[in-house]
Design a protein around this ligand. Sequence first.
Ligand code: NAD
Length: 469
Amino acid sequence: MIQHSFLIDGEKIRTEDSFEVINPATAEGFARCSVATSEHLDAAVSAARAAFPAWAGKSVQDRAAMIEAIADAVEQEKDDLAVLLSTEQGKPVHTGAAGEIMGALKWARATAKLRPSVDVVQDDEAVRIEVHRKPLGVVGSITPWNHPVMIAVWHIMPALLAGNTVIIKPSSYTPLSTLRLIEIANGILPKGVLNSVTGEGGLGRMMSGHAGIDKIVFTGSTNTGRNIMANAASNLKRLTLELGGNDAAIVLADADTDKIAAKIFAKAFGNSGQTCAALKRLYVHDSIYDTLSTKLAEMAIAAKVGPGNDPETQFGPLQNKAQFDYVKELVADAVSNGARVLSGGQALDRAGYFYPLTVVVDVSDGVRIVDEEQFGPVLPIVRFMDVDDAVACANANENALGGSIWSADIEKARVLACRLESGTAWVNDHATISPNAPFGGAKQSGIGVEFGLYGLEEYMQLQTVRISK
Ligand code: NAD
């Protein structure tokens, strides 16, 4: 079995200790990964600190050109990278994995076009006040297992463009595609600018407590985000926390179910439901509840669930056993609370973490499948009579990443969307993101935003320069 290395100061490091990386389509190990100790982390921090002054001293145009070059180099290898991503994550090679890599390239190139500005807020006879934006230093990036390549790019590229150096720790479930990405980037970047470490257990904790790291950008669960925040207090690390979501979508009585069903289906079940801003709770007006539920269940039954390397596969397995068990538990709980299962509802009888696309009806708030983030291919559909009740339910959840309103009346929907308390509110869409619009969670779904100039600011410190004339 191949053992993969992490990379510090331009050098690949293979350790004696290693952990297994599992293919979720077989539930068997297919590769091993090196284990970084606290000494390795210290070495990565020293390398990143040493590289920082020269990197920060380059012009933003020079840094942007290197990000473009990294995107070009990754594109050369996109097919192999998609196979690696699919094998460790589970998503279909030619759609999910290839799409994730193309999305990552799009984001990298959009980030390379950003330019932090110097603002002049006052300039008169007595005084000139300039506001500069400066890099923070060393950024630690901690990523999850659902979209590992895309999220690594979301973290790394703005951090680098802003002039910071970076250490990334991917999820131990899906480390390999990230390690390859960092290797490719190191063919272009000066050594020490971008480093990787891998390991299980305490490595992320060590990073969030490390005195030599100035900022943590983290994408993952809300509980881990809380741990990171507590741990990061010792040196007042800057934080961007992109955390869990339990997005509600509200479908009004006037919506055309023929028009919206396929889109709702895609937004709920894409990546087998393992997306932070997936549509996770569907509230449908009583008058179209049965029609829309039936359409969604028919699509779910027709969908092809299978291994990522089968070209017929539309939806891969759950990524890991813990998530697989959790999804099974939530569906069983819903059924014991009187829910009806219109499609799926039982794990597939085969090796791997396969769960069919599952539509659950006759559920309401107060049942776990509605209240908790399922992060899997199960869509609970809740009936409502009064839209104010539906908005209240959407806003009652502690998660507030996204939400959406679906209606034939765009202005009515826009006004309702503005009443959602989430970081993003969509009208007749869900989970669609753009590199120029801020994305982040309200309430327990996070702190800070990513993307565009809004996201770039999170990797920079404002400095006011006040010149007395
Ligand atoms: P997770 O919190 O279990 O793990 C995320 C990362 O944190 C992993 O690299 C893990 O090794 C590391 N980690 C674990 N414990 C840590 C600790 N105490 N200190 C520091 N690091 C630690 O999350 P996950 O299960 O990998 O990802 C799924 C979750 O991520 C879901 O809740 C999903 O909604 C969320 N997510 C959010 C966004 C967003 O943009 N808001 C995007 C993707 C995923």
